[in-house]
Design a protein around this ligand. Structure first.
Ligand SMILES: NC(=O)c1ccc[n+]([C@@H]2O[C@H](COP(=O)([O-])OP(=O)(O)OC[C@H]3O[C@@H](n4cnc5c(N)ncnc54)[C@H](OP(=O)(O)O)[C@@H]3O)[C@@H](O)[C@H]2O)c1
Length: 254
């Protein structure tokens, strides 16, 4: 098993949902955390609760210069990142392509694809130099199946899937591992963001069945990270028991 005690784990989007749960789970395993997100006050609160060494990065992953500056400017003792959890991401809108909001598309593409690439490009050279490390991308069932009205969000998660596979090919001559963890429905702030702050509409997504929690997903992330170094967990698809596909959810299960 890979012991996470004292390892440096960078979690993007650590201010909420799956990212916050990953931070908690890695902290329980004894890791040191670099917590990144735009909402600094949330990161500060979380760091105060974790009881392990934390370094906070107020960071918009869409801003390439900011990403490069933040990673290259890490204090020396935080530079050797062992595990990168590329989690920051969002969906905006759920509508037919011909009716979609272009600003929402741009936000998703810039965050889910370009942001993940900027962070990975900044972190990976160090891992390759040290010939050690693990990149865990948070994909989605939306990266495996396109669902009606999900068009651009699904495209961004299909891109994450391709990038994950590309990374694994490009890193095969190193000991750096690459994993994708692809959840189905997880109750976080995700739907609230998707529906532009409409909390009532967002809550209906999770009615009638028991969705995953961020902690359920974090469990898989940390499990993948603790496998022996010669073992790569390439892909994990994790679903609520009431969900069988992107579109088939048993909403009379509760
Ligand atoms: N919830 C689901 O059903 C589900 C299913 C499959 C996959 N996922 C994926 O899981 C990941 C986490 O989502 P979640 O469900 O935990 O949603 P969430 O509760 O809304 O959390 C999203 C996180 O991403 C961060 N983020 C968003 N845009 C950012 C940016 N430009 N720069 C830096 N950080 C940014 C947010 O932090 P700030 O706003 O503070 O920056 C927040 O911490 C996403 O990649 C999502 O696509 C979610």
């Amino acid at each position: 098993m890979t012991d996470l005690t004292g390892k440096i784990v960078l979690v993007t989007g650590a201010s909420s949902g799956i990212g916050e749960s990953c931070a908690r789970k890695f902290a329980s395993a004894g890791a040191k955390l670099i917590l990144a997100a735009r909402r600094m006050e949330r990161l500060e609160r979380l760091a105060g609760e974790l009881g392990v060494d934390c370094h906070l990065l107020q960071l918009d992953v869409r801003n390439r210069a900011e990403v490069e500056r933040s990673i290259s400017g890490l204090p020396k003792e935080w530079m050797a990142i062992d595990v990168l959890v590329n989690n920051a991401g969002l969906s905006r809108g759920l509508s037919k392509l011909q009716e979609g909001k272009i600003e929402g598309w741009e936000e998703m593409i810039d965050t889910n694809i370009k942001g993940l690439l900027y962070i990975s490009r900044a972190v990976l050279p160090g891992m390759v130099r040290r010939n050690s490390g693990h990149v865990i991308n948070i994909g989605s069932i939306a990266g495996r199946e396109v669902y009606p009205n999900g068009n651009v969000y699904c495209a961004t998660k299909h891109a994450v899937d391709a990038i994950t596979k590309g990374m694994r090919l490009d890193l095969v001559e190193t000991k750096v591992r690459v994993t994708t963890v692809d959840p189905g429905l997880v109750e976080t702030e995700f739907s609230e963001i998707r529906f532009w702050g409409d909390t009532v509409k967002a809550s209906t997504v999770y009615h009638g069945f028991q969705p995953l929690t961020g902690a359920d997903v974090a469990e898989s992330v940390v499990w993948a990270a603790t496998q022996p170094e010669h073992v790569t967990i390439a892909e994990i698809l994790i679903l609520p028991t009431a969900q069988a596909s992107s579109t088939l959810v048993n909403k009379s299960a509760d």
